[in-house]
Design a protein around this ligand. Sequence first.
Ligand SMILES: O=C1O[C@H]([C@@H](O)CO)C(O)=C1O
Length: 548
Amino acid sequence: ATTRHHEWEISYQLKSPDCVRKLAVTINGQSPGPTIRATQGDTIVVRVNNSLLTENAAIHWHGIRQIGTPWADGTEGVTQCPILPGDTFTYTFAVDRPGTYMYHAHYGMQRSAGLYGMIVVAAAPGGPDAEPFAYDGEHDVLLNDWWHDSTYEQAAGLASVPMRWVEEPQSLLINGRGRFNCSASAAAAAEEGTCNATLAECDAPVFDVVPGKTYRFRVGSLTSLCALNFEIEGHPMTVVEADGHYVKPFVVNNLNIYSGETYSVLIKADQDPNRNYWLASNVVSRKPGTPTGTAILSYAGGRSPPPTTPPAGPAWNDTMYRFRQSEATVAHPAHVEPPPPRANRTILLLNTQNKIDGRVRWALNNVSFKLPHTPYLVAMKRGLLGAFDQRPPPETYEYQSYNIYDPPPNPNATSSDGVYRLQFGSVVDVILQNANMLDANKSETHPWHLHGHDFWVLGYGIGRFDPKVHPATYNLKDPILKNTVAVHPYGWTALRFKADNPGVWAFHCHIEAHFFMGMGIVFEEGIERVAELPGEIMGCGKTKGGRH
Ligand SMILES: O=C1O[C@H]([C@@H](O)CO)C(O)=C1O
C-alpha cells in the first residue's frame, strides 16, 4: 500500500464551462478538480489550502467510509468546522475498497460552483475484490448540471419568501464541459459579451476507442439537481459496478443515474469505425428545460461531431422505466455480502415539502433539518450538550392515515438539529417514503446518500409502504450495497446498514437545494470509540479555542 500526497489550492476562477464566462470554485485552477487515482489499501493525503477570498470550504470524499477517521469525512457542521479563507486542512484517509467514487464540496451550496472531482480506486491485483470482468481500456465520465446564476443567488432565492426556485440548469456538463447556445434566445442575449462558442474550454470532450476493443466507462453524477440518463449512441452498456460494488451484469441501451451515484459500464467498440458517436446526457424525472449534454466517442482519433442527432433519452416522466433499472441492480453472484436477516430498529421517514415561517422547506416526519454551528463530532465527544437539540427526531409518521398522493394536510413543519443515536453494532432499517409536494399531483425523485457506510438496498415500491406487508418482499438474497439510492416519485425505498463505524454521519438528499432546504438527518454511533479528535476540525461555535 502506498501513501499518496496531494496539494490542493481552492480558488475562484473565471471559467466558461458552457462557453459562458462565470465565477467557478476550482481546485488548482480546474473544475472538475484532479482525479484521485489509487489502489485499494492506499492512504490518501490531501492538503487543502483555502485561497477563496471570502468563503469557507470543506471537502467530502463521497463513498469513502472513513473507517477510523470520521473527522476526515469533510461534512461541515457534522464532522468539522469549515476551513476558513487562508487556512489549510489536511484530509488523511484510507481507500479500503476498489471502485468509482467522487469528492465534492460539503459547505452550503458550494458544490454547485464546480468544486468536485472523481476518485478511482483500482482493485488490489489477485485480491478477493478483483474485478469479475475484463476490459482493454477505461474512461472516466463525470456528469453535472450548471447554472448561470451563482450559488449565492441560488441560496438566497431558496431562503426567500416567496421562494425563488433554482429552476432547470442552463447546461449539462460532461467532464466539466457543455455548450450553451450563444446565438439563440433572449437568455443568450443576456449573456452577450460573456458567451464565446469558439473557446477551446467548452469544446466537447472526446473519448477515444480502438475498434474491436472493450472499454470500461466509469460514470459518476454530481448534479446539483438533475436526474440524468446517460447514453453512448449505438453502444449497449453492460452495467458491472455501482457505488464501488460489483453488479450482476445487465445490459441497457442507456443508464439512469442520480446525483451521488457512480456506475461502471462496459461497451464494445464494434460499430462502423468510419464515423464518430455521441455520448449524451439527458434530464429525466423533471420536465427537461435543458439541452442534451454531449461528448464524442471517436474511433479514429477525429474530433468531428457525429452525423446524427444526439440521443434524446427515454421519456422524462417514465418512472417505471427508471424503477426497473433500480430493481435490476443486484449484487454480482460471486460478490454477494448477505445482509443481517433482521433489523434491531426501523426508522420510517416520510419525505415532504413543507413550510416554516412561510419559507419552503423539506422535512422528514415533519422535521426539517438545520445544521448546527458546532460540528456534532466535537460536540458529542466533548459532551457539549447545548450545541444541538438533545431530543431525538421522530422515528415514524402516521402511515396508517397519511395520504401520500395529497399535498401535506399540515404544511407547517418544525426545524431541528437533533440526531438519531444508534446503538453501536446494531442493524438499522430505514424506509424512505416519498409523497406529494406542496403543489398537487407532483412528487419528485430524491437520491439519498449515507455517509460512513454502504447500505443494502432491500427493496423498492410505488405507493405507501406498509410495515406489515412489504418487509416480507425484501431481497435478502443478493441485494446490492450502495451509498446513494433513489426514492422514486410516490415510492418507497428500504435500506439496511450496520451501525458499526464510530462517528457522526449525515444521511441526506443529494440534491444540493434540497439538503439546503432541510432534507437530511444525522446518525451517531459509537461516539465513545472515536479516537482523539484532531484539533484541525475545531475552531468554530462552542469549539473555539479547542485547537490547543
Ligand atoms: O423544492 C422544490 O421547489 C420546486 C417547486 O416545488 C416549487 O417551484 C421544486 O421542484 C422543488 O423540488
